[in-house]
Design a protein around this ligand. Structure first.
Ligand SMILES: *Cc1c(COP(=O)(O)O)cnc(C)c1O
Length: 431
């Protein structure tokens, strides 16, 4: 997708503002309204029957679909180049519904182990209750995904830019493993956003996001989305994805993959997963996230510019032992980053303090502009010292394996003036 105007297809910045939206047909309101209603009136009994039977598209009940949510879905689908999207209550809900649509009890999936900590918990513990079983690969080594495959593997999962270490995953190489195994590749694109990376262009079949982070971008709403890239051939697959190919008893024996073709995955996630499990996004949150997305290209460019300057500054600082940021030429992810995320590698990264655990605690206490909290992707600069907070319960060994050793500090660089962010770090490091 070009970011230049006039090249035929609309540029990314144009889609970020307009895709999926039009003036409200009943009032002329230019901004998409917050449709704060639980339900929608049917025209007549036939209309109601057609909606319930999936013979007509339309709003029934906000747990399943709502006009504010629908604009958000069209917008994200357009930005990711997908055929359809489903917005839900959180990033975790998007992952849950993606796997619920693909897996049966006893099925397996392979995931890169460098993931958001909450995803590691979700996969290791809560998913086990459904007998969905994860095997772990190394996101830095695409071949390790191939080694973890078994005949019951039904999907591969990784993050494009892996949280929190700022690793950039070689998506085409992981996609080649998925293709060879005949399973869909799911990419969590939260840290990159489609402005920096469109996983579909690198071979992904499904994209998930925590909209809570850079997409919404202002730290005010929890939300998630899954995007159907329309690329995986459910009917031609050697695996039987039962939710998609079997006759569905709650829709008169309809076979979703046959009826809905290249957006069947998004439909199934909505009309089965969201309908029955229920993690709907509130219209208000969909509205706030839509507003955030309008400035996504501007914000991401500035996030990357600020993060690059901060990472370069920290790399030169005498009290800093190391910096893991893919924008630094010495970084292990630098070359892959240039290929997968040429416009920038985001603004979340970790660094290590020579003074170890004590220095980490002291730094966080001394920062004034940075907020100490467990989020990323806000306009504000954020900091956390994982060893004394999110990873406190783990053993030293477990902390090291998770990239949360005693000296590690994670930053999410915001949109404040670069010089102020750097000055705050300097004063806190100098104490
Ligand atoms: C935050 C996050 C999630 C989970 O999203 P929620 O909206 O908090 O449920 C998943 N993946 C990544 C990379 C995240 O940063």
């Amino acid at each position: 997708m070009s970011d230049q105007p006039g090249a035929g297809a609309p540029g990314f910045a144009t889609l970020a503002i307009h895709a999926g939206a039009a003036p409200d047909p009943s009032t002329g309101a230019r901004v998409t309204p917050i449709y704060q209603t639980t339900s929608f009136v049917f025209n007549d009994a036939d209309h109601a029957a057609a909606l319930f039977g999936l013979e007509a598209f339309g709003n029934i009940y906000t747990r399943i679909m709502n006009p504010t949510q629908a604009v958000l879905e069209s917008r994200v689908a357009a930005l990711e180049g997908g055929t359809a999207a489903l917005a839900v209550a959180s990033g975790h809900a998007a992952q849950f519904l993606a796997f619920h649509t693909l897996l049966e009890p006893g099925d397996e999936f392979v995931a890169g182990r460098q993931l958001y900590g909450g995803s590691v918990n979700q996969f290791n513990h809560s998913f086990k209750k459904f007998n969905w079983n994860v095997s772990w690969a190394d996101s830095m080594e695409p071949e390790s995904f191939a080694r973890a495959l078994t005949p019951r593997t039904k999907a591969i999962f990784c993050e494009s830019i892996a949280n929190p270490g700022g690793i950039v995953v070689d998506l085409p190489a992981v996609a080649a493993v998925a293709k060879k195994a005949g399973v869909p590749l799911i990419v969590d694109n939260t840290l990159a956003t489609p402005y920096l990376c469109r996983p579909k262009e690198h071979g992904a079949d499904i994209v998930v996001h925590s909209l809570t982070k850079f997409m919404g971008g202002h730290g005010n709403s929890i939300g998630g989305v899954l995007v159907d890239c329309g690329t995986y051939d459910w009917l031609g697959s050697k695996h039987r994805y039962r939710t998609l190919v079997d006759p569905n008893p709650s829709y008169n024996g309809m076979k979703l993959a046959e009826t809905f073709g290249n957006f069947a995955f998004a439909i199934a996630a909505r009309v089965l997963g969201l309908r029955d499990l229920g993690p709907a996004i509130a219209p208000m949150n969909a509205f706030l996230i839509l507003t955030g997305i309008e400035t996504l290209p501007l914000r991401m460019a500035r996030h990357c510019e600020n993060a690059q300057a901060v990472a370069e500054h920290l790399a030169r600082h005498p009290k800093v032992a190391w910096v893991n940021y893919a924008g630094l030429p010495k970084d292990a992810s630098y070359a892959v980053g240039k290929r997968i995320c040429p416009a920038g590698v985001g603004s979340v990264f970790t660094f290590g303090l020579k003074g170890g655990y004590e220095a980490g605690v002291k730094l966080v206490a001394g920062l004034k502009l940075f907020s100490h909290l467990a989020n990323i992707g806000d306009t504000r600069s954020l900091v956390i010292h994982p060893a004394s907070t999110t990873h406190r319960q783990l053993t030293d060994e477990q902390r090291k394996a998770a990239g949360a050793g005693p000296d590690v500090v994670r930053l999410s660089i915001g949109l404040e003036a670069k010089a102020d962010i750097i000055a705050d770090l300097d004063q806190a490091l100098g104490q």
